[in-house]
Design a protein around this ligand. Structure first.
Ligand code: AVI
Length: 341
């Protein structure tokens, strides 16, 4: 499961509020009532939008795993290679506890542990994810390491971080992992807030490993988010299937096109669903009856891309010192190891 980012600022041509106030969080994240409340809140914004965290129902999570294998989405493979190459430095014997936020399939953590080999010592691993399916997959991926104690936390990052700040911390270094460029799905304000929250439970000497996708030629970015196989389009449109299923809506999928744009001013890829015709959509469980114009879009995700220096700056602003930064040979992706001073 991915992070729970707020939707980013509005598009320039819009007169919309930049960061719509979130609806009150009376319902636990993950409940259908909360989903209904968020769908209502965000779909009546201008421009219309939906929080990207809802892309990851069971099918959405599988589609995302498929995206990670696409030749046009090199991020995951680049990150895996960097993790394997630098594992001995990342995971030396001083690390006694790992916290991974949003582990997905657990394959990255298992690759890191395997590559660290004899350089590592005994470890506890705390995995925080809202998806029970993702946590089960992570447990399976980590089962081969008999000396690893795995504790799963089925909750949001925020609640997981709060729990960890109160938890007793064994001697040794805590290493927090926030990989896959999940940070890219936060708007800049939310990102800075979240990095400060990550810093919160860390003691001096504890570390954060942050995986971030870098700015690259626009053609590569467009292919990564609008792949020729249409997997990303399916991932995007599946959100409408989810709303139909969970909130009894009547979205007709083939009346919405996957639309991707590179917003150079803000340094982000935007994913939208564009209404291909004038149409009415009813979402009974969200109390919505919408009239969409032909060409009107629903903004479903922002994916910010960074320069290596920008990553260092954002970590320093959040109270970290940078220990090391590695990029792949093509300069498309960066892993940054930061430390709480
Ligand atoms: C999870 N997140 C970092 C992915 C990204 O690249 O923003 C989600 C994704 N959206 C479309 N393709 C992949």
């Amino acid at each position: 499961m991915r992070p729970t980012p707020a939707i980013g600022g509005s598009r320039r041509r819009s007169t919309a509020r930049r960061s719509p106030r979130r609806p009150p969080a009376l319902e636990p994240a993950g409940s259908v009532a909360r989903f209904a409340m968020d769908v209502r809140h965000y779909l009546i914004q201008s421009p219309r939008q939906l929080p990207s965290r809802y892309l990851y129902d069971d099918l959405g999570s599988v589609l995302f795993e498929a995206i990670c294998r696409l030749p046009w989405y090199p991020l995951t493979r680049a990150e895996m290679r960097l993790l394997a190459r630098h594992a001995p430095q990342i995971l030396d014997r001083r690390v006694t506890s790992i916290v991974e936020l949003g582990a997905g399939s657990g394959l990255k953590l298992s690759a890191l542990i395997r590559a660290a080999g004899a350089h590592r010592g005994r470890l506890d691993a705390h995995i925080v994810d809202v998806s029970a399916t993702a946590l089960a997959g992570t447990r399976r991926a980590l089962a081969e390491f008999h000396d690893l104690r795995v504790v799963t936390h089925e909750t949001t990052y925020e609640t997981g971080l709060e729990a960890l700040s109160g938890a007793p911390h064994a001697r040794g270094r805590r290493l927090m992992l926030f990989l896959g460029s999940n940070i890219g799905n936060f708007d800049p304000e939310g990102r800075d807030r979240f990095l400060r929250a990550l810093r919160g439970p860390l003691r001096p000497g504890d570390r954060l490993l942050l995986g971030v996708d870098l700015v690259k030629p626009m053609r590569d970015l467009m292919l990564a988010y609008d792949d020729p196989l249409g997997v990303t389009a399916a991932f995007n449109r599946n959100l409408l299937t989810r709303i139909n299923r969970e909130l009894w809506a009547d979205f007709v999928l083939d009346r919405f096109a996957h639309h991707v744009a590179w917003n150079a001013d803000r340094g982000r890829i935007e994913m939208h669903l564009r209404s291909t015709t004038a149409q009415r959509v009813v979402i009974p469980a969200a109390g919505l009856d919408l009239t969409l114009r032909k060409g009107e879009t629903i903004w479903t995700e922002s994916s910010y891309k960074y320069e290596t220096g920008g990553v260092v700056d954002m970590l320093q602003r959040a109270g970290f010192g940078v220990v090391a930064q590695w990029t792949d040979a093509a300069g498309r992706f960066a892993l940054t190891l930061a430390e709480a001073p």
